[in-house]
Ligand binder design. Structure first.
Ligand code: URA
Length: 319
């Protein structure tokens, strides 16, 4: 792609559009754009600011060893919400910080006595009825609660629902979920045998016409008691934190934290052994053999700890 500083805004926008269409025709469903890239594009479209950073070719492919997981990036679901050529490309303001003061007061959850199913149903009702979560929803969207086996040994913890999840009201049903399902099945398990939850129960709202935004720390903190209560009910043997946001949500934010250093080692969340690995969305936009191998190595450690059978074939995947 050309350097945007030498392009007219309309040409730059068209070039981006063409590239997005090309990516979609090649089957790309998710891609990452640096915040600076989006801002540069917005500034160009808003009147052309000469010092705007150049529009980076999409998808942005940071060097793997520099990346924990791309932090402030937009995930653009190409298959579902491609920009339309006839309409002007929407120009939005930078993502606003959450302004909902109710988020500052996380819910106090005290689980009732009863069976796992009774406690889980109670909690689910509470979360789906959470007025703060509901007030954060996009029009027509649903609050998303965890799903799976209440006796699961393995609890996968994601970040927040995406567009497919907020529509279905179920976690991990979009492209990242499909990949997670594959990982789970290659482990010899099934989606129904594990538990899938998110740190945040609603899709973080933003003003762009497409893409996702990572949850703010207020949003993470607000929903954390709901996640903690799910862990308290399920009592898994292992929790797998998928990506940096899930890790930050569970362990608390740490600007020094690098996923590349966290993954592959055991950590602990409230006494539960915790494995950190890359989020499936990260693999979708960075599908190199070495990234897949790293996630797989992490899953092999999980399987070993759970004393699951591991075949030679499984051991040698992605080698
Ligand atoms: N990504 C997540 O982190 N959670 C989902 O439920 C879907 C995508």
């Amino acid at each position: 792609m050309n350097d945007s500083s030498t392009m007219e805004p309309a040409d730059a926008a068209l070039a981006v559009l063409e590239e997005l269409k090309r990516q979609r025709s090649e089957g790309t469903r998710h891609l990452y754009m640096e915040e600076s890239t989006l801002q540069g594009l917005e500034e160009l479209l808003a009147g052309g600011k000469k010092e705007s950073p150049p529009i980076a070719a999409v998808p942005d492919k940071p060097r793997f060893d520099q990346v924990s997981e791309p932090p402030a990036v937009a995930k653009v679901p190409l298959g579902t919400q491609a920009p339309e050529q006839e309409k002007p490309v929407p120009v939005s303001q930078p993502t606003p910080k959450s302004v909902n003061p109710a988020l500052a007061k996380p819910p106090e959850i005290s689980l009732p006595d009863g069976s796992k199913a009774e406690r889980w149903n109670w909690l689910k009702e509470r979360v789906l009825g959470c007025e703060v979560c509901q007030s954060e929803l996009n029009p027509g969207a649903k609050v998303v609660f965890g799903v799976g086996n209440l006796d699961a040994d393995l609890f996968f913890c994601g970040e927040a629902p995406g567009p497919e999840e907020e529509e279905a009201g179920e976690p991990f049903v979009g492209p990242a979920g499909e990949l997670l399902d594959k990982i789970i099945s290659v482990m010899g398990l099934s989606r129904e045998s594990v538990y899938l939850g998110n740190v945040v129960n609603f899709r973080p709202r933003h003003e762009r016409a497409y893409g996702n935004r990572p949850p703010t720390s207020e949003e993470l903190n607000f929903c954390l008691p709901y996640l903690r209560a799910q862990l308290e009910i399920i009592k898994p043997k292992i929790v797998v934190a998928l990506g940096k946001t899930a890790t930050d949500g569970l362990l608390g934010p740490d600007p020094q934290r690098r996923l590349g250093q966290m993954r592959g080692n055991w950590h602990e969340y409230e006494g539960i052994p915790m494995m950190v690995t890359y989020h499936p969305s990260y693999l979708l936009h960075n599908p190199s053999k070495s990234s897949k191998r790293k996630v797989w190595d992490d899953m092999l450690l999980v399987m070993e700890k759970l004393e699951l059978p591991i075949s030679e074939k499984q051991r040698s995947f992605f080698q």
